[in-house]
Design a protein around this ligand. Sequence first.
Ligand code: NDP
Length: 244
Amino acid sequence: MKIDLTGKSALVTGSTRGIGRAIAGTLAACGAKVAVVGRDKAKADAVSAELKDSRGFACDVAVPADVLKLVEDVEKEFGAIDILVNNAGITKDNLMLRLKDEDWDTVLDSNLRSAFLAIRAASRGMMKRRWGRIVNISSVVGLMGNKGQTNYAASKAGLIGLTKSVAKELASRNILCNAIAPGFIETDMTGAMTEEARTALMAQIPLARLGTPADIAWTTAFLCSEYASYITGQVLVVDGGLIM
Ligand code: NDP
């Protein structure tokens, strides 16, 4: 089995680091042209320079006009967006009683509204071409909740509702929309964990390791491939068995 995405164009938000960068690299290795996106154009260019047929784009996904311009620019550059991966995401953690309104809004705007806007804009071309793959990067936290992450958990649970609704609306046009719910993955986002917290976490993961960005990247590539052509509206949990 070889995943072949030759001839497909992919847009991966938040692909300058971590999971998004691994997804961009894996889709490119499978033959796709990839738009690498981050807030800093120089960083996006530096990552895209390492990948074949790739381009860097600057976009703050929390800003609606930026997202719409991104979709327009990528379509202009590549001629189409066949694969959209909504990966950009942030945390602004605090206990619910202490959470500031602005930290609720920033997280919801960055993680959830951004995905809705990108899907609405990019799906028009997919509908015309009768082919599309949309993958939203949610989280196990969206399925089980987490103390200190009401905003983040709500955004990730929201992505699951968005995924299923989009899957139902666009299925007749051969556009598949799925979510991935990663567990704990080794990136900058989890890098701040103390050794104590890491050991406690490890004890709860049956596979006894944190995930790698590649674990999520290959799941994404699979969902974008022909091997997954009968899968839509699903949440694929990739967490080493954590929440089974
Ligand atoms: P990182 O913090 O390592 O990387 C985040 C990426 O998103 C960077 O490329 C960053 O780019 C980009 N980004 C952040 N905010 C914006 C923004 N407003 N506009 C554009 N780009 C933005 O995160 P991870 O790789 O760990 O996480 C990726 C996704 O996976 C997120 O949605 C996260 O919620 C989810 N996830 C992660 C888990 C984990 O354990 N790591 C577990 C479950 C889900 P730049 O800074 O260059 O702008």
